[in-house]
Design a protein around this ligand. Structure first.
Ligand SMILES: *Cc1c(COP(=O)(O)O)cnc(C)c1O
Length: 383
C-alpha cells in the first residue's frame, strides 16, 4: 500500500460497538476487569500505561516509519527524554548533533548532565567526527536531520554504520521530514523520534511526541519508561493527531513546493545575504539531501543584508507570516532562533554552529505561495 493510503487507514478500524468510523476518544482513567485471574484480558489497566485512542496513533506511526512499535508522549521533549532514560545510566556518554532543537541541548546540558551522563555535541554532518567521538562508555548516538534551525544534514547510513559497528543505538529526530520523505530505520537507524506537535498535527492544535522502535526489546524498554515516568500522550491529543496525519503527505508536498519557491525567491533577492534550504543547488549537502530523502521539506532559513537589525525588522514587518515559535503547521511561521527556539544555547555555541543572531527561520505553510512571496517581498522592501 502507498503512504497516503497507510496514513489514512493504518492502525485504525471502525469502532466494533457502534461502527463509528473514527476511533473514539477513550477519555477514561481506568478499565474494569472481569476477574483477578483475567486481569488485563482486554489489554488495558490504567491510562498512564496504555489507552485505546493513544494505541491507535502508536500503531499508525509504527506502520508509517516501518518500525516494530511506537510509544507516544505528552510532548516531543518527553519523547526525547524517554529515549535518554531508556538508554543511558549515570557514567554513560552520548553523542548528540551539535545543531539540534534548542530544547534537546537544554535537556542534555541542564538536566541529564546533573545525573552523571556525559554528552558530546558533535558535527554529525561528518561521519569521521562521529567515529572519533565514540568512547568505551558511549551508549547513544542522537542525531537530528535536517537539523533545527540551520538544516544541516547527517548522513544517516554512514552514522548508522558507525553506531552498529560499536553496538550503540542510533536515534534520529525525524521531525522535519516525517516518514513521508525520510525513513531513518530503512537507512540503518534504530530509533526514530518525533515531535508530533509539528507536521503530524499540522494545525497548531496540540503538543505531543513519539518514539518508534525497531525491535521488541527496545519497545519494551521504552514502554517501561513511558509508564514509570508518566509521560504518555493524552487521548484528546492522540485523537487530534490521528486526524492531522490523514493529510500529512498532501500537506508535506504542497508546503515543500511552497518552500522551494520561496527559497528561490529569497536567493535571487538583492537584500538577502544567504538562504539555507536543502532543495537549493547552492545548499552544501544538496546531493546528500537528494540521496537519503524523497523531498526537501518545508523549513528554510535565511539572513538578510544588514544582519541582526535588518532581520528583526523583517520579522516585525511581515503580516501574513506569523512571528511565533513552532513549525510544521498549515500557517506560515517566522522565528528568530537566537532569541526564541535556541535562546538557551550559549551565544558562543550558537555562533560556532551557525545559528547567527541575524538568522531568520521560516516554517512554510499551506497558504497560496504568491501571497507568502508578496508578504516577504513587502517586508524586504521596507528595510
Ligand atoms: C519542536 C521540536 C522538538 C520538541 O518537541 P515539543 O513537542 O515542542 O516538545 C524536538 N525536536 C525537534 C526537531 C523539534 O522541532
Amino acid at each position: 500500500m502507498g503512504f497516503t493510503t497507510k496514513q489514512i487507514h493504518a492502525g485504525v478500524k471502525p469502532d466494533p460497538v457502534t461502527g463509528s468510523i473514527l476511533t473514539p476518544i477513550y477519555q477514561t482513567t481506568t478499565y474494569v476487569q472481569d476477574s483477578v485471574d483475567e486481569y488485563l484480558a482486554k489489554g488495558y489497566s490504567y491510562s498512564r500505561s496504555a489507552n485505546p485512542t493513544v494505541d491507535a496513533l502508536e500503531k499508525k506511526l509504527a506502520v508509517l516509519e516501518n518500525g516494530y512499535g511506537c510509544s507516544c508522549y505528552s510532548t516531543g521533549m518527553a519523547a526525547i527524554q524517554a529515549v535518554v532514560q531508556a538508554t543511558l545510566n549515570a557514567g554513560d556518554h552520548a553523542i548528540v548533533s551539535d545543531v539540534a532543537y534548542g530544547g534537546t541541548y537544554r535537556l542534555c546540558t541542564k538536566i541529564y548532565a546533573r545525573f552523571g551522563v556525559e554528552f558530546t555535541f558533535v558535527d554529525t554532518a561528518s561521519p569521521e567526527a562521529v567515529a572519533a567521538a565514540v568512547r568505551d562508555n558511549t551508549r547513544l548516538i542522537l542525531t537530528e536531520t535536517p537539523a533545527n534551525p540551520t538544516l544541516k544534514l547527517t548522513d544517516l547510513a554512514a552514522v548508522s554504520k558507525i553506531a552498529a559497528a560499536n553496538g550503540i543505538p542510533h536515534a534520529v529526530d525525524n521531525t522535519f521530514l516525517t516518514p513521508f520523505y525520510q525513513l531513518p530505520l530503512e537507512l540503518g537507524a534504530d530509533i526514530v523520534i518525533h515531535s508530533t506537535t509539528k507536521y503530524f498535527d499540522g494545525h497548531n492544535a496540540t503538543v505531543g511526541g513519539a518514539v518508534v522502535t525497531k525491535t521488541a526489546e527496545q519497545d519494551e524498554a521504552i514502554r517501561f519508561v513511558q509508564n514509570a515516568s508518566g509521560v504518555i500522550m493524552s487521548p484528546w491529543v492522540a485523537w487530534l493527531t490521528l486526524q492531522g496525519i490523514k493529510t500529512l503527505s498532501v500537506r508535506m508536498e504542497r508546503q515543500s513546493a511552497n518552500a522551494l519557491a520561496i527559497a528561490e525567491f529569497l536567493e535571487a533577492h538583492p537584500k538577502v545575504a544567504r538562504v539555507q534550504y536543502p532543495g537549493l543547488k547552492s545548499f552544501p549537502q544538496h546531493e546528500l539531501a537528494k540521496s537519503q530523502a524523497d523531498g526537501f521539506g518545508a523549513m528554510l532559513c535565511f539572513e538578510v543584508k544588514g544582519g541582526v537589525q535588518a532581520g528583526k525588522r523583517i520579522m516585525d514587518a511581515v503580516e501574513l507570516c506569523a512571528l511565533a515559535e513552532n513549525l510544521g503547521s498549515v500557517e506560515t511561521l517566522i522565528t528568530h532562533p537566537a532569541t526564541m527556539t535556541h535562546a538557551d544555547v550559549e551565544p558562543e555555541e550558537r555562533e560556532r554552529v551557525g545559528i547567527t543572531n541575524g538568522l531568520v527561520r521560516l516554517s512554510v505553510g499551506l497558504e497560496d505561495v504568491q501571497d507568502l512571496i508578496d508578504d516577504l517581498s513587502a517586508a524586504l522592501d521596507s528595510v
